[in-house]
Design a binder for this molecule. Structure first.
Ligand code: FES
Length: 206
């Protein structure tokens, strides 16, 4: 097998007039170099050129899907699992690997509310705003949480403790309104119960 490591330092996306719908985005990674590896077979390398094992695992997922562009959502899910959120550089990397326009990858990542483009906090609270939850008071719950945490949905508190997110439907409509606390779905929630839970996080008692 021949492995070619491309030390790409001035990588230019093959799109000349692409404009991300973000005008003031600042990536926390200023000298990120696309860890591009081109192989003549699907044999895995022992370490990823970037040194980041998560990228190696992401590459394995992409290879398992045989670089299929229609596997984009599965690959974004895996990336989200591995990194916790989908940073812009990561989206560009996936776009490059799948030979997709960055605008397409960015569009999919922002369309689905379970994907986050910002770092997630130590604790995550996902409020379902799907129809069943909405009619049972999800908006009031979300507003209470925003007031308690002093952040908006989609953001993380400055101390990195709590991320507040929304989802369209958790598949738990029978117990609406539903809220996910660190991966655990709780039903029949109220403003009082969710704020009590988040209060425990803020006080460090949970
Ligand atoms: S609408 Fe909230 S769980 Fe389905």
């Amino acid at each position: 097998m021949t492995v070619i490591n491309l030390p790409i330092t001035n990588y230019q996306l093959p799109i000349t007039n692409y404009q991300l719908p973000i005008t003031n985005y600042q990536s926390p990674i200023t000298n990120y170099q696309l860890p591009i590896i081109m192989t003549t077979s699907v044999k895995e390398t022992s370490t990823h050129p970037s040194g980041d094992k998560r990228l190696k695992m992401l590459d394995a997922t992409i290879k398992r899907h045989q670089y299929q562009q229609d596997a984009l959502i599965e690959i974004l899910h895996r990336a989200s699992e591995l990194f916790g959120y989908l940073e812009l550089d990561l989206l560009l990397y996936i776009a490059h690997q799948l030979k997709l326009p960055p605008s397409r990858v960015y569009g999919v990542a922002t369309f689905y509310h379970l994907f986050s483009l910002a770092p997630k906090g130590k604790h995550n609270c996902v409020v379902c705003t799907g129809t069943a939850c909405y009619v049972k008071g999800a908006q009031a719950i979300l507003t209470s949480l925003e007031n308690t945490t002093k952040i908006k949905a989609g953001d993380t508190t400055p101390d990195g403790e709590i991320s507040l997110l929304t989802a369209r439907c958790l598949g738990a409509c029978g117990i609406a309104p539903a809220v996910v606390f660190d991966g655990a779905v709780l039903g029949n929630q109220t403003s009082e119960t969710v704020c009590e839970k988040v209060g425990e996080w803020q006080n460090g008692t949970k």
